[in-house]
Ligand binder design. Structure first.
Ligand SMILES: *[C@@H]1O[C@H](CO)[C@@H](O)[C@H](O)[C@H]1NC(C)=O
Ligand SMILES: *[C@@H]1O[C@H](CO)[C@@H](O)[C@H](O)[C@H]1NC(C)=O
Ligand SMILES: *[C@@H]1O[C@H](CO)[C@@H](O)[C@H](O)[C@H]1NC(C)=O
Ligand SMILES: *[C@@H]1O[C@H](CO)[C@@H](O)[C@H](O)[C@H]1NC(C)=O
Ligand SMILES: *[C@@H]1O[C@H](CO)[C@@H](O)[C@H](O)[C@H]1NC(C)=O
Ligand SMILES: *[C@@H]1O[C@H](CO)[C@@H](O)[C@H](O)[C@H]1NC(C)=O
Ligand SMILES: *[C@@H]1O[C@H](CO)[C@@H](O)[C@H](O)[C@H]1NC(C)=O
Ligand SMILES: *[C@@H]1O[C@H](CO)[C@@H](O)[C@H](O)[C@H]1NC(C)=O
Ligand SMILES: *[C@@H]1O[C@H](CO)[C@@H](O)[C@H](O)[C@H]1NC(C)=O
Ligand SMILES: *[C@@H]1O[C@H](CO)[C@@H](O)[C@H](O)[C@H]1NC(C)=O
Ligand SMILES: *[C@@H]1O[C@H](CO)[C@@H](O)[C@H](O)[C@H]1NC(C)=O
Ligand SMILES: [Cu+2]
Length: 621
């Protein structure tokens, strides 16, 4: 008995000693690069280089990452995608949710441990659009007890690239001249932050490939000529092996796959990636939809030809993956959050995204700081404002999120601070039919061992049901990972166990963090309106634009668009959306808005309310 406890003590000491602290200092700044090989532009790098470094840690290690904002006119922040940040919510990254934005010249210390997680993750700026300008990198938590055999590990990132700066794309996107909310079209797809990527392999080997989509918009298909993928990990969760030859990967998702190479090295093979064209509003002729990359066995052999498939409909459905941990379906939900997703125009003519008619509008005080400063009122959702879509969750509850997608697009949803069980995903519903909503008294049979991950897609006009346990005190964002849609306000906040947050020493705002808030001019106390006296008084809070007046038809916006496109913007706007003909645009806008162009009874939107676009800045005066 005594020997056993000595042994236990010994091993726990060993694990304490072997837990390492990784201290990194990184300074953001612009770096010229030419990722797609056809256009050089500045990208956001670290310490003068881009792409950003791959960060590697081991389970249990501590990370101390000092982020110096070297950009001279932009705030920044850093999110470690998929990490639970248990007890360190303020290190999660999203600005105005868990932290104050880091202004130019300031340094923020991200200080946390990786505790019980292993697998493939990534890090990226959580300041509007910035990661699309390059501020993204791979984060790996190595596991000494990896459950499968392999010879070598390799990283494979997917991305899409834009020649224009995010801020410029954002301004045109969140504009009344883009009333249908057509997303900017990527310039090119990337693999490993480049094109025509060569992966050098050896025959007779098994590679463990960590595939990570670090894009901000489009899902990608990935397939390899005559090589199969055996899926063993999704979003940091080990799963029972399942083999496929075609993967579908939304932005922010990760797949860990085993690939066994051929037994001879006499030829090379193609590795193909393809954009999900259903997500694009227009497909410009010059956009290369299929990327060809190379699996190189033999330097002297010819490069492979593109390898095409007859159909890409038969991609692997992640719903059926089974976690290796055998985690069973959690108990019935104690609390259900039902949210409807919709895109629509507000009174300024701009197209926004809504959860239950609310477009997320950032509060004046980061929500975590409202929790910490609101004392015994922290459980009152009103404290967090009327436009943040905040839900307070009770410790240890099982929670379902029922998400009904009334929109005709697919959306990849990400929950911070958790992996969740995906317990139902309904098939897509065609545009010419009505959206189908979840019906609790008439639903599919739920799996015994549901798949677990941190990012899933919902099909067009369809729904998903997700389940998780309230076991991680903090303010966790749940949002569409399409950066454009997040800019449009497609987010809710889950405030888990507010008392648990308040009473934890490690959750208190660090001095460094307070200093950052002071420098950027954001209060670290108060409700959503920065009121520190009466936490239920929301006077002056940020709210979304007013809705279009009743009886107003979207026709007015169409009219406005045409008069303006014909005038000021002219061909610029048209070329920008990859449209060649005004009539083409006219039809598209009309179809998207579901209006009849022959009807010339036209109303004009109030042009006076055109300033301060954007979900992060939208204010109603
Ligand atoms: C990055 O630059 C900072 C100063 O700007 C320096 O302190 C740090 O050591 C550099 N980090 C690396 C990894 O080179
Ligand atoms: C990839 O190939 C295309 C031609 O297909 C070329 O224009 C481009 O520069 C190449 N990109 C890189 C990064 O090598
Ligand atoms: C940085 O954030 C602060 C606080 O939200 C804001 O006032 C300021 O305009 C931001 N700076 C930039 C350059 O966006
Ligand atoms: C990081 O956090 C740990 C735990 O709170 C603390 O002991 C350590 O001093 C912090 N690191 C720095 C550099 O402040
Ligand atoms: C992708 O890039 C990383 C980092 O440069 C490299 O280690 C890896 O081998 C590349 N992967 C492939 C599949 O080419
Ligand atoms: C691969 O393994 C097979 C069977 O063990 C063997 O016959 C072959 O020579 C190996 N190929 C190479 C290139 O080593
Ligand atoms: C791209 O790949 C898809 C699937 O393999 C194929 O159907 C399509 O014809 C390809 N397009 C081009 C232009 O090669
Ligand atoms: C593998 O995937 C298929 C469907 O793609 C599913 O039917 C099967 O249950 C899965 N098996 C495991 C062990 O994940
Ligand atoms: C999960 O169940 C399988 C049998 O289905 C068993 O072989 C395996 O050991 C179990 N794993 C764990 C972690 O319990
Ligand atoms: C959203 O607004 C519509 C129309 O005003 C209304 O019918 C619907 O009930 C609202 N939905 C929610 C969840 O509040
Ligand atoms: C939900 O399903 C039940 C049982 O099939 C049915 O009676 C009810 O009408 C459905 N509700 C809706 C809103 O479709
Ligand atoms: Cu979306």
């Amino acid at each position: 008995m005594r020997n056993i406890s000595i042994c236990l003590l010994f091993f726990s000491l060993i694990s304490l000693i072997s837990a390492e602290t990784h201290t990194w200092w990184f300074e953001t700044g612009w770096v010229n690069a030419n990722p797609d090989g056809v256009f050089e532009r500045p990208m956001v790098g670290f310490n003068g280089s881009w792409p950003l470094p791959t960060l590697r840690v081991k389970k249990g290690d501590r990370v101390q990452l000092y982020l110096i904002n070297g950009l001279d006119d932009k705030n920044t922040s850093l999110h470690f995608h998929g990490l639970f940040q248990h007890g360190t919510n303020q290190m999660d990254g999203p600005e105005m949710v868990t932290q104050c934005p880091i202004p130019p010249g300031e340094t923020f210390l991200y200080n946390f441990t990786v505790e019980d997680q292993v697998g493939s993750y990534w890090y990226h700026s959580h300041t509007s659009g910035q990661y699309g300008d390059g501020m993204r990198g791979v984060f790996i938590i190595e596991d000494d007890d990896f459950p499968y055999e392999y010879d070598e590990e390799v990283i494979l990132t997917l991305n899409e690239h834009y020649h224009d700066f995010s801020d410029d794309l954002h301004a045109k996107f969140m504009s009344r001249f883009n009333p249908t909310g057509a997303e900017p079209i990527p310039s090119n797809l990337l693999v490993n932050e480049t094109r025509n990527n060569t992966w050098k392999v050896e025959p007779n080997k098994t590679y463990f490939v960590r595939i990570i989509n670090m894009g901000r918009f489009v899902s990608q298909y990935l397939w390899m000529e005559d090589h199969e993928f055996t899926i063993v990990e999704v979003d940091g969760i080990y799963v029972e092996k399942n083999t496929t030859d075609l993967l579908y990967i939304t932005v922010a998702q990760r797949y860990g796959v085993l690939i066994t190479t051929k037994d001879t090295a006499d030829r090379n093979y193609a590795m193909m990636n393809r954009v999900d064209i259903d997500m694009l509003d227009v497909i410009p002729d010059e956009l290369e939809l299929n990327g060809t990359n190379y699996i190189q066995y033999n330097e002297d052999a010819d490069l492979p030809e593109p390898y095409l498939l007859d159909s890409i409909d038969d991609f692997f459905d992640d719903f059926y993956l089974k976690p290796l941990s055998n985690t069973t379906l959690f108990d019935d939900a104690d609390y259900t959050i039902t949210v409807d997703v919709q895109m629509d125009n507000l009174g300024n003519g701009v197209n926004y995204a809504f959860f239950n008619n609310i477009t997320y509008t950032a509060p004046k005080v980061p929500t975590l700081m409202s929790v910490l400063s609101s004392g015994d009122q922290a459980s009152n959702e009103l404290v967090y404002g009327t436009n943040t879509n905040s839900f307070v969750l009770q410790k240890d509850d099982v929670v379902d999120i029922v998400l009904n997608n009334l929109d005709t697009g697919k959306h990849p949803f990400h929950l911070h601070g958790h992996v969740f069980q995906l317990i139902e995903r309904h098939e897509p519903v065609d545009d010419d039919e009505d959206p189908v909503a979840f019906n609790s008294s008439d639903h599919a049979e739920w799996p015994e061992y549901p798949m677990l991950r941190d990012t899933v897609y919902v099909n067009p006009q369809s729904y998903i049901v997700m389940r998780f346990k309230v076991d991680n005190p903090g303010v966790w964002m749940f949002h569409c990972h399409i950066e454009w849609h997040l800019d449009q306000g497609l987010a809710i906040l889950l405030i888990e166990d507010p008392e648990g947050i308040q009473s934890s020493a490690s959750q208190q705002i660090t001095d460094n963090h307070k200093q950052i808030c002071e420098k950027v001019g954001v209060s670290w106390e108060g409700n959503a309106a920065a009121n520190t006296k009466d936490f239920l008084d929301l006077t002056g809070e940020h709210v979304q634009f007013k809705r279009l007046p009743t009886g107003f038809t979207a026709r007015g916006i169409v009219a406005l668009v045409f008069s303006c496109i014909a005038g000021v913007l002219g061909m610029v706007a048209i070329a920008y959306y990859g449209m060649n003909e005004i009539t083409d645009l006219e039809e598209r806008v009309a179809r998207d808005l579901d209006v009849d162009l022959d009807d010339d009874d036209v109303e004009i939107v109030n042009e006076g309310s055109s300033s301060s676009d954007g979900a992060y800045g939208g204010k109603q005066h």
